[in-house]
Each structure stands twice: as C-alpha cells, then as structure tokens.
Write a protein of this length. Structure first.
Length: 486
C-alpha cells in the first residue's frame, strides 16, 4: 500500500488495527513475554495512571514513620532544609498533593487578578510557547488567540466545564506563542495537529515572544513553559550555562516585565535535573512520583520571596500568632499532602541530594539498550532518529519526526488526541502485548524506568528492560508494515 496523502495512511492503519494488535500479541509471545509478566512491566513509571514502584529506602521510610507521631509542619520544615542545602537560602519549597495542585496554586497566587475589592477585576494574561503537554501549564487561562480556543476540548475523559476547561482561573488568559522552526502537521487516526519540535529555533521564538509580550503589554502577569531539556520537546539548544536557551530567555523577559516565570517540570527531578537558578525560574513545579522516586506528591521550589504567597495559600507560612511557620487552613488547603506522602518526599529528596548516582546510573544502561534495540527498525530510518538521555526526566527520548522527509511518509505519528481517544496504536498496542505504555505522541517517545525494570534498590534489571524495548520496536515495525512505509 502506498498512500498519496497523510490522512489515507492513517485510514489504512485504522482499518488494519485488529490485524496489528493480533500480530503484536503474537510477537510478544515469541520474544518471551509470559502471561505472568503481562501487566507487571512498563515502559515508564511516570504516568498518572500507573506509578513507579518505590525503592526500598523510600518505602522503608514511610513504613517506619507510619507508627510514629510526627507533626506535618516539622516534615515540611525538613523538606525546606534539604532544598536549601542544594539551592541555597534564597530558595524555598512547598509540597502539594499533586503537581497539578502545585501549578494551580502557583498560577492563582502569582498570575491572576485579586478577587477582593470593589468594581470589576482587570484581566490578566500569561504567555507560554505552543508546546507539548500544554493542557497542563497552559490550561489555567482562556486560550488566546481564538484559533486555539478549542485546543483542549477533547483532552481527558470529560469535556467542558468539568474537564480541562474547568481549570481556567478568574479573568485570566493564556497567550500561546508558536515555536519557530517547528511544524504543526495533521497526523493520527483521530486527526489533530502534531507538534514537531526537534528543529526548533529558540532565538527566533524568543524574538516572537518578546513581540507578543509587547503587544499585550499591561495585561502580562507571568510567563510559563515546561522545564524539560530534550531536543524532542524543543529544548535542545543550550546557553553557556547549560540551560535551554528558550527557558533562560523567557526568564529574562519575565524580569523585564517584573512578573514571575512559572515552570512546569512535572516529569523533572530536583537537584540533578533542570536547575531553577540557571533557568532563572521564579517557581518550578514537580510531580515527584514521576521521575524522582517519591510516592504520589507534588513539590514547588522557587525563589524565597516569590514562595511567600504560595506558602500562605497552602497554609504553611508564618502563623498569624507570629510564629515563623504554620500548618493550618488557607485557600488551597485542599491541596495538602498527607504525612506518609511528606515522609516519602523527604526520603526521595535526601537520596537525590546525597546519592544522585543511584538515580542516574540506570539511565546509561537504558540508553545503551534503546540504541541497540532500535536498530531493528527499517534501516532507512536510522539516520533520522534522535536518541538521547535526559537526567532531568531520568528518561531516554526517541524522536522520529525527521523520518518524514522529501515528501515521503515515515514512521506513523499519533496525536495526543489519539492518546485520549484510544486510537494511538503505539500505546494501545503495547497494552495488547501486556506492557504498560509510555508517553509517545507527536513523533516523540519517552522511555523511563520503574515498572518492573528496577530492583528494590534502584538497580537496572537489564533482561526485563531489553524485553519491553524490544516489544516497543516490534510494534513499531508492525505498524510501519501496515502503513506501507517499511
């Protein structure tokens, strides 16, 4: 089969989905994925639906604390101390129950108009690059320009006010700035624009963002972006200090406007990943269960002065009676983590501070396996694959957008809407093989460890890791065959 247009290629894939899944199941059996393994192995432990297994050190800390009387405020004070040990006394921290909660309180504390006072509120606008995962950090304002107003309509399982649109904050807009040098092509079985970011020109994007900020002028209350560091997310270009050019440039713009730069580093790792000091971030939000080895818990790290309103909103900062710290009621008490989450977070932070090699060493082994196994893809695609590791996300990234070139189709690209609609063959197919999938939309795949691929002490289980990567590549080959591009 040779499709004339992209939509025809995906129409053919949709028609052949039953055959693709049948072949995938057979392939899984052939390479030795046994019934006992199915549902116990995964390409990542960094998705919200299935978290990575805790290492022995973190789980033991939680168990030991579960029968002790410990006031949460003292745990938070110790968390602050560990963060200051690494980033200095000019930085502070505030834990939350999730990273989404961390983002919500950050935007509401720093970027929205005040709710009190007579008369109508003014409007607020924060600027963000048009990038992947934008429904998280870009979902707290009404999209601008209007061509993006339905961008998140089908994300998640619920639409409208009870879906992603319900996150929008009072009188707040989100201005999306396209990333220069990138493509926004229609791909997938559920046709939707795919953001192809590997060839991003950060300097041109910064110039465009500066022009956009000037146009919105007095309405600008914040800048925001992801905190990732990889080529496939558009952050491959680094400045002399090692920070992605787009991020450090946005920080300078925020400083010029006198507003905060809020960074969503959900799939990021404190201390060994993106450094808020080098980026110039005012606050950085983490999902500590994704890459950092903690139980389900979020964390905000930021400049000490900027953290004051955030900590006040969470009820952690300066008791009204005059004490230096508190643990009480405030606007965002609903985002309060429990004792066990705080204990696990503290244990994970201490490992990242004191034994970072425990977290980073397995990534080198994963990179080696990925590079070896991805050679099984059609040879014509090899030179166009970009395979790299990220210590920020403790993951290996495979970007294949450049396999589409010279007017010829490459490896099928599935959109984020495919992911939510269940028509993402690289994800649904992995589940057919008995393997928990990873984030793999828009021609970009992140593989990380934690689901049956590490032992209790965090060491790489090479056999199991190689098996699931081999399964991923096998599924991609099957899809390429049915798409007529193998």
């Amino acid at each position: 089969m040779s499709s004339k247009y992209r939509f025809q290629l995906y129409k053919e894939l949709h028609k052949n989905m039953p055959a693709i899944y049948a072949e995938a199941k057979k392939f899984a059996d052939e390479i030795g994925i046994t019934p006992e393994m199915k549902g116990k192995l995964g390409l990542t432990g960094a998705v919200s639906s299935c978290h990575a297994l805790l290492t022995r050190g973190v789980s033991q800390a939680i168990e030991d604390a579960s029968r002790k009387v410990i006031e949460n405020k003292f745990l938070i004070e110790e968390i602050r101390e560990v963060v200051k040990d690494v980033y200095g006394d000019g930085y502070d921290a505030a834990p939350t129950n999730t990273c989404e909660a961390a983002l919500w309180v950050s935007y509401d504390s720093l970027a929205t108009p005040p709710m009190t006072g007579r008369g109508d509120n003014y409007r607020a606008r924060y600027l963000a690059p048009l990038e992947r995962h934008l429904h998280h950090h870009g979902g707290y304002g009404r999209p601008f320009p209007p061509s993006y107003k339905d961008l998140f309509a089908d994300r998640g399982v619920t639409a409208g006010e009870l879906g992603f649109s319900g996150k929008r904050l009072d009188n707040t807009d989100a201005v999306f700035v396209p990333m220069e040098g990138t493509k926004r092509e229609i791909h997938g079985i559920k046709q939707h624009p795919a953001l192809l970011l590997a060839n991003h020109d950060a300097k041109k994007t910064l110039a465009r963002m500066e022009q956009t900020a000037a146009r919105h002028g007095a309405y600008v209350t914040a800048f925001s972006s992801l905190g990732y560091d990889s080529t496939g997310y558009g952050y491959g270009a680094k400045d002399a200090g090692g920070a992605p050019v787009l991020q450090s440039g946005m920080a300078k713009l925020a400083k010029e406007y006198g507003v905060p730069y809020i960074v969503d580093n959900a799939w990021g790792t404190p201390f060994i990943g993106a450094d808020p000091r080098k980026l110039g971030a005012d606050v950085m939000a983490y999902s500590m269960d994704k890459a950092s080895g903690a139980p389900t818990v979020g964390l905000i790290i930021g400049r000490e002065d900027v953290m004051v309103p955030i900590r006040r909103a969470l009820g952690y900062h300066s008791d009204r009676s005059g004490m230096g710290f508190s643990y009480g009621k405030a606007a965002y008490v609903t985002n309060d983590p429990g004792k066990e989450a705080l204990v696990g977070l503290l244990a994970a932070l201490k490992i990242l501070r004191d034994q970072p090699v425990v977290m980073t060493r397995p990534i080198d082994g994963l990179l080696k396996i990925v590079k070896e196994e991805f050679k099984a893809l059609p040879k014509k695609f090899h030179s166009d694959l970009i395979i790299s590791k990220s210590f920020n996300s403790l993951a290996v990234e495979i970007n294949y957008e450049n396999t589409w070139k010279d007017g010829q189709p490459g490896i099928p690209i599935f959109s984020i809407e495919d992911m939510y609609a269940g028509t993402h063959i690289f994800q649904a197919g992995m589940m057919q093989m008995g393997i928990i999938p990873t984030i793999a939309y828009d021609a970009n795949i992140f593989i990380s460890l934690g689901l049956g691929t590490l032992d209790a002490d965090g060491n790489l289980l090479e056999k199991e890791t190689r098996l699931i990567v081999k399964a991923m590549v096998g599924l991609m080959n099957i899809a390429c065959k049915h798409a007529g591009v193998a």
